[in-house]
Design a binder for this molecule. Structure first.
Ligand SMILES: Cc1ncc(COP(=O)(O)O)c(C=O)c1O
Length: 395
């Protein structure tokens, strides 16, 4: 059967492709250390699960308002005030089916055919594809590892052309873990303000950092009429499967997004909404504990890659990924033949070392591979040993 031209231009998610290959090898009985996935290995905290059970027991199993229950909207408002010093009202927030769905809905509501959107590279694999689906054109700004993968205000200024309407910020970043300092964010925010850009901030990893940084919306409050804040409970609360993301933005954008959501998914799952209320407005100790453990695992990963000849790694400040440059190994040969790209190397590591990673091409960084450290310390140690041995076997 034919499929639409629109979809012909969209690539499948590179992260899920690698995870699928790892699952297939596991089914054949292979022992795979899966460092490809972008989800915490922790359980959803108990008080959040209890809130879902209570919602079920009291029959919260019907449609809710499209953008979420008032309780969830209030929990989002509380969270944004508590963690980000941002003030929003109920008409300015909405929930969707995961942060990815929030971003998709926002892009569809924001952009017209040919609108340019500044996207620093390396970027999360889904941004360019979701922009293309909205008719927008990613204006990719490559930012080198040597500068910590952080775009400067000058680079932003230079990237803005007559059709540029928006900027996407993701700090800490997937895949690099790079996080902007308050000064850097304020400088970017001021350029965006002066050049009248919409700023979409994807804050999904904001709680998983060693040093919390003020929000660009709090640093440059004049941006508020052009600011779109996207976040999700997926990573901070180990809730990837619950599918709750949210957006805060001017009321007219929330109205447009609500219209689209009302004609597509309707509301996010009613039970998951009740769980998200407990996550956002309830006790926050589990987030701090997870962030601390990720910090310890990062030390382990940094030591592992430091000891690898040929690996160059800009130390991340947050999230749970390392993104080393392994291009020193391109051009060598493995038992199946030459390794000439990040995809070849990731395949080699998967097939010969049983370690799943994600090649950098899909992130706009073809010299790099992404390894998630959302796995137990013993598993990370095992993964690092296997990677070291497999790389040493290339000649
Ligand atoms: C940068 C970034 N934004 C958004 C998402 C979407 O997360 P979710 O849809 O699970 O809330 C992800 C997930 O990997 C991500 O890495």
């Amino acid at each position: 059967m034919k499929s639409s031209r629109r979809l012909g231009a969209v690539k499948p998610s590179a992260t899920f492709a690698m995870a699928a290959e790892a699952t297939a090898l596991r089914k054949q009985g292979r022992d795979i250390v899966d460092l490809s996935v972008g989800e915490p290995d922790f359980e959803t905290p108990e008080h959040i699960k209890a809130a879902a059970r209570e919602a079920l027991a009291r029959g919260q199993t019907k449609y809710t308002p499209i953008g979420g229950t008032d309780e969830l909207k209030d929990a989002i408002i509380t969270k944004l005030r508590r963690d980000n010093q941002l003030e929003y009202g109920r008409a300015e927030v909405m929930a969707s089916c995961g942060g990815k769905h929030s971003l998709y809905t926002a892009f569809q509501a924001l952009f017209d055919e040919g609108d340019e959107v500044v996207l620093p590279a390396p970027y999360w694999v889904s941004y360019p594809e979701m922009l293309v689906l909205a008719g927008a054109v990613p204006r990719i700004v490559p930012v080198p590892a040597a500068r910590g993968f952080r775009m400067s205000a000058e680079e932003l200024e230079a990237a803005i052309g007559p059709r540029t309407v928006a900027l996407i910020l993701n700090s800490p970043s997937n895949p690099t873990g790079a996080a902007y300092s308050a000064d850097e964010l304020a400088a970017l925010g001021k350029v965006a303000l002066r050049r009248k850009l919409i700023v979409v901030t994807d804050d999904i990893y904001e709680r998983l950092t060693a040093h919390p940084v003020a929000h660009v919306g709090a640093l440059v409050p004049e941006l508020t009429p052009n600011l779109v804040v996207v976040n999700s409970v997926s990573k901070s609360y180990a809730m990837t499967g619950w599918r709750i993301g949210y957006t805060a933005a001017p009321a007219e954008l929330i109205r447009a997004m609500t219209t689209l959501q009302g004609q597509t998914t309707t509301n996010p799952t009613s039970i998951a909404q009740a769980a998200a209320v407990a996550a956002l407005a309830g006790p926050q100790e589990s987030v701090t504990a997870m962030a601390r453990e990720f910090g310890e695992r990062l030390k382990l990963m940094l030591a592992g890659f430091d000891a690898l000849p040929g690996a160059r790694l800009a130390p991340p400040q947050g999230a749970f990924y390392v993104f080393p440059d392994l291009s020193a190994y391109f051009g060598r040969r493995g038992s199946d033949g030459p390794v000439t790209s990040a995809t070849d190397l990731a395949m080699y590591l998967l097939r010969h070392a049983g370690v799943a990673s994600v090649p950098g091409e899909g992130f706009g960084a073809p010299s790099h591979l992404r390894f998630s450290y959302a796995a137990s310390r013993p598993l990370l140690t095992e993964g690092l040993t296997r990677v070291r041995d497999a790389l040493a076997a290339l000649h």
